[in-house]
Design a protein around this ligand. Structure first.
Ligand SMILES: [Ca+2]
Length: 226
C-alpha cells in the first residue's frame, strides 16, 4: 500500500482530533468568558465597597443639621451651590456622604441660608465644613451679626474641617439666617481660591444654661481639626 492510498484513512482518523481541538478551543473561550465575568463582578463589588463609608467611619451624632437640608434664601450673585457626593473623597467622612459645595465664588461673595426653627434663646453654633487646597477664608454671620472667620485652605487634599466653633448666637422667631461670606484666601491657596464647602451645623444650648447635657464635644465628623 502506498502513502497516497493511506491518505483518506489518515484524514478520517485526523477528523476526531480536529473536533476535539475545536471543542477545546470552544471550552477555552467559555472559560475566558466566565473568568472575564467574574473579574468584572469583583471590580464592581470592590467599587461598591469603596464607596460605602468604612465601618470605622462614625456618622455625625444627633443634633447635626445637614447643610444639604438648609434652604437657600439669597446669594450675592449667581454662583453654584450644590450638593456634592463626598463618597469619592478619601480624606475623611462627611455626614450623609455629601456636602454643599460653593463653586465659582469670588472674594466678597456670600450665601444666606435659613436656620431651622428652634425654641428662641441662646445657642452655641458649630460648623462642620470642608477644607481643600483651593478653598477660601469664610466668615460666619447669624442674623447679620459677624461671628468667626475660618480659613478653609488645606494642604492635605479635600478633608472635613472637624468641629469649628463659631460662638454663641441669639435665635429669635422663625427667621434666623446663617450667612457664609468669602472674605479672602490663604497665601498658599490654589486657584480658583475662593470656593468652600459645608457638611452641616450644630446648634446647642450652651452648657452653662442647660447645666450640661452630657454630650461629648469630641464627636463630629471624623476629621481631625487642622
Ligand atoms: Ca452633609
Amino acid at each position: 500500500m502506498t502513502e497516497r492510498e493511506n491518505e483518506p484513512a489518515n484524514a478520517e482518523r485526523a477528523e476526531p482530533y480536529a473536533r476535539i481541538l475545536d471543542l477545546t478551543e470552544a471550552g477555552l473561550w467559555i472559560v475566558l468568558l466566565v473568568v472575564g465575568v467574574l473579574v468584572a463582578l469583583a471590580v464592581i463589588r470592590d467599587g461598591e465597597t469603596r464607596h460605602r463609608p468604612s465601618p470605622s467611619a462614625k456618622p455625625a451624632p444627633g443634633g447635626l443639621i445637614e447643610a444639604e437640608d438648609l434652604q437657600v434664601i439669597s446669594k450675592s450673585r449667581d454662583f453654584s451651590f450644590w450638593e456634592q457626593d463626598s463618597s469619592g473623597f478619601t480624606g475623611g467622612y462627611w455626614s450623609k456622604n455629601s456636602h454643599m459645595f460653593a463653586h465659582g465664588t469670588q472674594q466678597g461673595d456670600w450665601i444666606e441660608l435659613r436656620l431651622p426653627e428652634l425654641e428662641p434663646g441662646r445657642y452655641s453654633l458649630q460648623l462642620f465644613m470642608t477644607k481643600a487646597a483651593d478653598y477660601g477664608i469664610v466668615a460666619v454671620f447669624v442674623n447679620n451679626t459677624r461671628l468667626e472667620a475660618f480659613d478653609l485652605w488645606s494642604g492635605r487634599g479635600v478633608v472635613p474641617s472637624g468641629k469649628l466653633d463659631a460662638g454663641e448666637v441669639e435665635l429669635v422667631g422663625r427667621k434666623n439666617t446663617l450667612r457664609l461670606a468669602v472674605e479672602g484666601k490663604n497665601p498658599n491657596a490654589a486657584p480658583p481660591y475662593y470656593q468652600f464647602g459645608i457638611d452641616g451645623i450644630r446648634l446647642r444650648k450652651p452648657r452653662s444654661v442647660s447645666g450640661g447635657d452630657g454630650e461629648s464635644d469630641a464627636e463630629g465628623t471624623s476629621a481631625e481639626p487642622e
